[in-house]
Design a protein around this ligand. Structure first.
Ligand SMILES: [Zn+2]
Length: 168
């Protein structure tokens, strides 16, 4: 599936998403300002592309979004709203604390924002939140303030740790 970049007409944030069937009828919630804009009113911007995405659902029909640690098998629920995700520690401010021995994972490593769509389904947007330690999605590094809509089964890498996003 093709990756496209669109610009939020309200705040100017550039978002990446997949050109899914029926996208013309979709309303895109902006993770930065929260304004929902019909896809057709969003301006597409040309940015370098990468990715070889397969067709997978990018929203949850059950309303549940969770993160599965591939090493420990542990599942972390991601509630609606903005979730700072990072390594569990007494001094960690992360909303979702990952129990790991991977010291390369920051105490707040990335943010995963769960957004309820107009139809009541859930979508999840990931950002590296300007962390100097990289976050990768399917091997692709998130740059700066990139925000990427996740698809079910995407592999998220923080330090040496890999997670699967479950949006089903
Ligand atoms: Zn916006």
């Amino acid at each position: 599936m093709e990756t496209i970049h669109i610009k939020c007409p309200n705040c100017g944030k550039v978002l990446r998403l997949q050109r899914a069937p029926g996208i013309e009828n979709m309303t895109v919630p902006c993770p930065a300002c929260g304004v929902r804009t019909p896809f057709l009113q969003c301006k597409q911007v040309a940015l370098p592309q990468s990715g070889n995405k397969t067709e997978l659902p990018s929203y949850s029909k059950t309303g549940r979004v969770s993160l599965i640690d591939r090493t420990t098998g542990r599942t972390y629920e991601l509630p609606e709203g903005r979730n700072n995700v990072g390594r569990a520690h007494a001094t960690s401010n992360a909303d979702v604390q990952i129990f790991t021995t991977d010291q390369g994972m920051s105490r707040v490593h990335s943010t995963m924002q769960v957004i309820k769509t107009a139809s009541g389904t859930m979508r999840c947007v990931i950002s590296n939140a300007n962390n100097k330690n990289a976050t990768l999605v399917n091997g692709e590094k998130l740059e700066g303030e990139d925000e990427l809509y996740l698809q079910n089964g995407d592999i998220i890498k923080m330090s040496h740790s890999e997670f699967i996003i479950d949006i089903s």
